[in-house]
Design a protein around this ligand. Sequence first.
Ligand SMILES: NC(=O)c1ccc[n+]([C@@H]2O[C@H](COP(=O)([O-])OP(=O)(O)OC[C@H]3O[C@@H](n4cnc5c(N)ncnc54)[C@H](O)[C@@H]3O)[C@@H](O)[C@H]2O)c1
Length: 323
Amino acid sequence: MSTKCLVTGAAGFIGSHLVDTLLDGGATVLGIDSMKLGRRANLESALHHPRFKLAELDVNDVPAMMKLVAAEAAAGPFEMAWHLAANSDIRAGVADSDVDLRDTFLTTHHLLKVLREHQIPRIAFASTSAIYGEQPGLMREDVGPLFPISNYGAMKLASEAALSAALEAFLKQAWIFRFPNVVGSRATHGAIYDFAHKLRKNPAELEVLGDGSQQKPYFHVADLIEAMRFIVGRATERLNFYNIGTEDNVTSVRYMAEAVVRRQAPGARIKYGTGNKGWVGDVPRFNYSIEKLKQLGWAPRLTSNQAVDRAVDEIVSEINQAP
Ligand SMILES: NC(=O)c1ccc[n+]([C@@H]2O[C@H](COP(=O)([O-])OP(=O)(O)OC[C@H]3O[C@@H](n4cnc5c(N)ncnc54)[C@H](O)[C@@H]3O)[C@@H](O)[C@H]2O)c1
């Protein structure tokens, strides 16, 4: 496991958990975040850690990134980058396609320039199940052709392609993780987060986009970080790409809405919309294969419903504690 690394998107939901775990494992971490969606509060304990530094910087500001990395590399070279900076708001990317071009694709393109200039040989990349689009069968890593149905998915797929090309040119190794929907404390978005916020405003009624029948696998962030680190430690190909998710297990939006209501505002009326797509670009149902990950030797501990239950507890208490 690497001991000196860059983490982009460090102040975000998943990035901040990753930073905590890397620091616990003995790494020296330079976190970079534009703070568009990230929060300093997510890094509350890391910010006191002697082996952590946070730079509030846009990854697309290449001159500033080059300067920062040069200064930080003077004490010793970086061994790898964990690239998590992206636009995580799929709906914002539907409304304005520039958002995903800039924050989801160009961050990858520009970070690769920085890695090349500073001879940082390895990258681990947060990709997504959204690259698969609407696949009729099981989403295995080798299905294709791939036609994403959101700009977000399209720009993640383009980022994967850019990593592949960079391996030809200069990179030594890359790990691509295709995450499902991730849930847990410090969430900055997602259905549980939205429901809990709506119910805080109006504890009498919860309005749900779509008819509640959308079903997806949900994955707890603690399991996710463990799986990412496992893959980086074990997968030794030049280009490694893995679905991370639960197995044959999905949770419906209805289940999540009911769980949040039970925990936050028992008795609230749930008002469903129509149709099984929450918004344009939302993939309503999918089945994820994690056979490849299991063959590598890792299996998730929580089912999708268990991950949701744990996340509902964590997110509702965070939201209720907020001023
Ligand atoms: N949460 C999920 O369910 C999920 C699912 C699939 C993939 N992912 C991917 O995992 C990664 C982390 O997602 P998250 O859920 O923690 O989202 P998040 O929004 O909490 O974290 C992303 C972070 O990136 C930062 N960022 C965005 N653009 C930036 C830029 N140009 N320069 C520097 N920082 C920038 C944001 O401020 C934010 O802190 C993302 O790449 C996301 O696409 C997340």
